[in-house]
Write a protein that binds this ligand. Structure first.
Ligand code: PAF
Length: 284
């Protein structure tokens, strides 16, 4: 049975024993509610790592008061069973406490964090950067795996690792999608049947936009049409549709195959995000 470790000292000792034995250790940070997207991170990690630690912690500091902290899926036994069935996870680190009562230090990233999600959810990247740094201390692995589904999060973590000289490599894993194109996310569970039927139109709209952009159609016109088609499909509001540099996330007028299209839109009560490079959106 995949072991669940609760204590920081215990996981640090386990990771140290692996590394002393010359084994390469990967960490896969998650908030649980495991789906195929998370399992893809583990499968990717297994290609280079000898040992894999998956972390599960629903981090309160990355949720605003009005967000879904209380309803966020918590299903440790099902998550353990998913890891067991996959047969690649050596231990699950599921700490009960990550912030002591007098916790008063947060990591506040700017740069890649100061836009898009950072504007829509101002608390978010401070919460993510703080917990990820703490998890890296608890699980001092050689490499950490993050999904491109949360592309801006990936950029912010890479930026933090570079800026704070954290001795860990960051690996990116492409987004897992349902057969109809919807990016897998724990929050898809909130969609009603009708909303689930509409949701794949987000990806379809991204593909149409990428095709038009790479054919030379004006950027403003394409992004405007994309917004109109999403609202017409039943999305309630759009937080952003943006074309960005794939590394810095800076705004860019230059459309290349690497340019990243990022979108956040509300469907009913659920906020969906998605992104891809233009070349990945247009079949070659
Ligand atoms: O992507 C997530 O699941 C979370 O933001 C992370 C990286 C585990 C930090 O809580």
């Amino acid at each position: 049975m995949t072991e669940i470790v609760r204590e920081k000292e215990q996981i640090q000792t386990l990771v140290a024993s692996y590394r002393t034995a010359g084994l390469r250790v990967a960490v896969v940070p998650t908030m649980g509610g495991l789906h195929d997207g998370h399992l893809a991170l583990v499968r990717q990690a297994a290609k280079t790592a000898d040992r894999i630690i998956l972390t599960i912690y629903v981090n309160p500091t990355q949720f605003a008061a009005h967000e879904d902290l209380d309803s966020y899926p918590r299903q440790l036994e099902a998550d353990r069973a998913a890891c067991e069935a996959l047969g690649l996870v050596d231990a699950i680190y599921a700490p009960l406490v990550m912030y002591h009562d007098a916790h008063a230090t947060m990591v506040t990233p700017t740069g890649a964090a100061a836009m898009l999600e950072g504007e829509a959810r101002p608390h978010f990247f401070t919460g993510v950067a703080t917990i990820v740094l703490k998890l890296f201390h608890h699980v001092p692995a050689d490499e950490a795996f993050f999904g491109e589904k949360d592309y801006q999060q990936l950029c912010v973590i890479r930026q933090m690792v570079r800026d704070l000289d954290i001795p860990i490599q960051i690996a990116a894993v492409p987004t897992e999608r349902a057969p109809d194109g919807l990016a897998l996310s724990s929050r898809n569970a909130y969609l009603s049947e009708d909303e689930r039927a509409i949701a794949p139109q987000l990806y379809q709209a991204m593909r149409q936009a990428a095709h038009a952009l790479l054919s030379g159609v004006d950027t403003g016109e394409v992004l405007g049409k994309m917004a109109t088609s999403l609202m017409g499909a039943g999305f309630a509001a759009i937080d952003y549709i943006a074309l960005r540099d794939p590394v810095t996330l800076a705004e860019t007028d230059i459309v290349t195959s690497d340019t990243r299209l990022l979108v956040a839109a509300h469907l009913g009560k659920t906020r969906l995000i998605d992104n891809a490079s233009l070349s990945d959106l247009v079949p070659r």
